[in-house]
Design a protein around this ligand. Structure first.
Ligand code: 5RP
Length: 223
């Protein structure tokens, strides 16, 4: 199977996982990216049984609406039962790097609210040490250079994602050259930087379940 087929396989496995846990009034959180898009397509056969969703980006919002699903403002929701999203990297502790698609802030907010966070990824995303994929951070535009200088002091090499504006009107710096041995403490350290909105490390709130697509089949990893 190629990478695309593996993404479709994990998307189907996650849809099955959700279907088995559907309950009345359940709100489903849906992430952003090509794997999440494949997951949205897999919801079609049982969309009428899904009460409502919350979306981690404008693009996902549009796709869910196109399928006929209700998309709620997170502020009007008491509980998100399951949140399904992809990742750029995942390790065995289910710490993730996310934000390749630039939706990290809304993704992190939904992950924080969700009772269960299910990450879906193909085997290329599973790593021993996080950091080969450049770590995205969302910054307030006027703070971009200030944050970049602080990141250099930490030993990272920040690259401005030119021409990209997030759904929140902010900019993205992609940090190259990091070997992340302690994701929890780096996540906290980055959060202290004034002007930095969100960093793409999902370690303080890791995934609860990783559904990984491999050439040998689907593997489930639990935290
Ligand atoms: C978007 C994300 C995505 O989940 C991540 O980039 C993975 O994308 P894909 O499923 O296309 O490989 O964090 O902000």
């Amino acid at each position: 199977m190629d990478q695309n087929e593996l993404k479709k396989a994990v998307a189907a496995a996650a849809a099955e996982y959700v279907k088995e846990r559907l309950h009345e009034g359940m709100v489903l959180g849906v992430g952003t990216g090509s794997t999440a898009n494949a997951f949205i397509e897999c919801l079609a056969p049982f969309k009428d049984q899904i009460r409502a969703t919350v979306a981690s980006s404008e693009e996902t919002h549009r796709r869910l609406r196109a399928l006929g699903l209700e998309v709620l403002d997170l502020n009007s929701v008491n509980e998100v039962a399951i949140y399904v999203d992809g990742a750029d990297e995942a390790n065995e502790q289910l710490h993730l790097i996310k934000g390749g698609g630039g939706a990290l802030t809304r993704e992190k907010i939904i992950a924080a609210v969700a009772r269960e966070f299910v990450c879906i990824a193909d085997q290329s995303k599973y790593v021993q040490v996080l950091g080969r994929f450049p770590l995205p951070v969302e910054v307030i535009p006027m703070a971009r250079s200030h944050v970049a200088r602080q990141i250099v002091r930490l030993g990272g090499d920040p690259v401005y994602r030119e021409g990209f504006v997030t759904d929140n009107g902010n900019h993205i710096l992609d940090i190259h050259g990091l070997e992340i041995r302690d994701a929890v403490s780096l996540e906290a350290q980055l959060n202290q930087m004034t002007g930095l909105v969100t960093n793409g490390l999902f370690a303080a709130r890791p995934a609860d379940l990783l559904i990984l697509g491999t050439s040998e089949g689907i593997r489930n990893y639990k935290a």
